[in-house]
Write a protein that binds this ligand. Structure first.
Ligand code: HMG
Ligand code: MG
Length: 311
């Protein structure tokens, strides 16, 4: 198996995770969570989104979060931005990196951002060049690459075309996203081979949701093609409110545990990551799906019981 020596993990828990939580999370908890993530060794953290609060009320405190978080040397904080209004908010709140997003399928795009794909690309003309002119770096997500909750199969050609369009606008990295978690490793290889024929590997990331338990296997397929940036959400928080059936993101804890056990470096301290997951589980008020987290907590509980019996 040919695998990279090092992988960059792009943490999306504070945005993709919290946008889908039923319980409203106080701003101070979000900020403490982001600080805990900054202390793990993660170098990229998506902290919020500057979208409409009518559409995503969970992240309505975007400006407070972005203004309130510490800027740690070596850590890039990013925010999701759908349009010019969102860009203005992100600039005012001191963001240095943003991510734009659109879907490879028309129906999901319309449900998620109320525009056709063509209208969205036109609207990005008001976002990407001005953001770059303001000194920001711009990333992008292409959603529903591997399947759409409304249309089913999606032609990989749409993702190849969108990746080219976004890069031509100045986007530095496109995250190829399995919004509803239906991809399998074979399909990941097929789609990525086509995308990578048109875009350099360092400009391509992957973003898997783990609805059917295939996210880690999909990562291995992407790694074998040389992809070295993987999005994940600590604890497996997450989902897209405009994608019925989408469950949590690939759990950062599971990803990092697997990569480290394969000898692939991430620069992330797994114990600190687990602490960040525990923090998130406490403020969202439910267990998180990360398997590594569950195993780790089980091991700790067994050790505690043994110590109590021995005492
Ligand atoms: P719209 O209703 O068509 O917007 O929504 P509009 O331009 O007609 O404006 C309507 C009102 O919203 C106006 O206010 C605007 O000012 C306001 P009014 O004048 O009526 O008082 N508005 C805003 N307010 C705050 N911030 C803004 C903003 N823009 C307009 N940026 C819009 C269009 C794009 C705004 C809306 O559809 C939206 O916010 N959608 C976001 C949906 C979303 O965040 N989905 C989840 C993230 S995507 C995801 O999770 C997938 C990903 O993880 C990858 C994957 O897994 O596939 C990235
Ligand atoms: Mg997502």
């Amino acid at each position: 198996m040919k695998l990279p020596e090092r992988v960059t993990v792009y943490e999306v828990g504070p945005r993709d995770g919290l946008q889908n939580e039923a319980r409203s999370v106080p701003t101070s908890d979000k900020i403490a969570f982001i600080h805990a993530l900054e202390d793990t060794g993660l170098r990229y953290i998506e902290i919020t989104s500057f979208v409409s609060p009518q559409w995503i009320p969970q992240l309505a405190d975007n400006a407070e979060v972005a203004r309130g978080v510490r800027r740690k040397e070596g850590v890039t904080l990013s925010a999701l931005v759908p349009n010019r209004r969102g860009l203005d908010g992100a600039i005012a709140a001191g963001m240095k990196e943003i991510a734009v997003f659109l879907s490879a399928s028309e129906t999901h795009n319309k449900k998620n951002i109320n525009k056709t794909i063509a209208e969205t690309l036109t609207a990005f003309g008001d976002v990407v060049p001005p953001a770059i002119a303001a000194g920001m770096k711009v990333r992008a997500y292409v959603s529903t690459v591997f399947g759409c909750p409304y249309e089913g199969d999606v032609d990989p050609k749409a993702s190849v075309w969108l990746t080219k369009e976004l890069r031509a606008m100045g986007v530095y990295q496109v995250s190829i996203s399995d919004t509803i978690g239906v991809a399998n490793p074979f399909q990941v290889e097929q789609v990525l081979e086509q995308v990578l024929a048109e875009a350099p590997v360092e400009s391509v990331a992957v973003h898997f949701h783990d609805t059917q338990g295939t996210a880690l296997a999909n990562c291995v397929a992407a790694l074998q093609l040389g992809v070295t940036t993987i999005d994940a959400a600590v604890g497996g928080l997450g989902g897209c409110p405009y994608a019925p059936g989408a469950s949590g993101n690939l759990a950062t804890d599971d990803l990092v545990a697997m990569l480290h056990s394969m000898g692939i470096q991430t620069g992330i301290d797994l114990d600190k990551l687990v602490e960040a997951s525990r923090l998130a589980a406490a403020f969202v008020g439910h267990d998180l799906p990360s398997k590594y987290l569950k195993a780790h907590l089980g091991k700790q509980a067994r050790a505690r019981r043994r110590a109590e019996r021995g005492a």
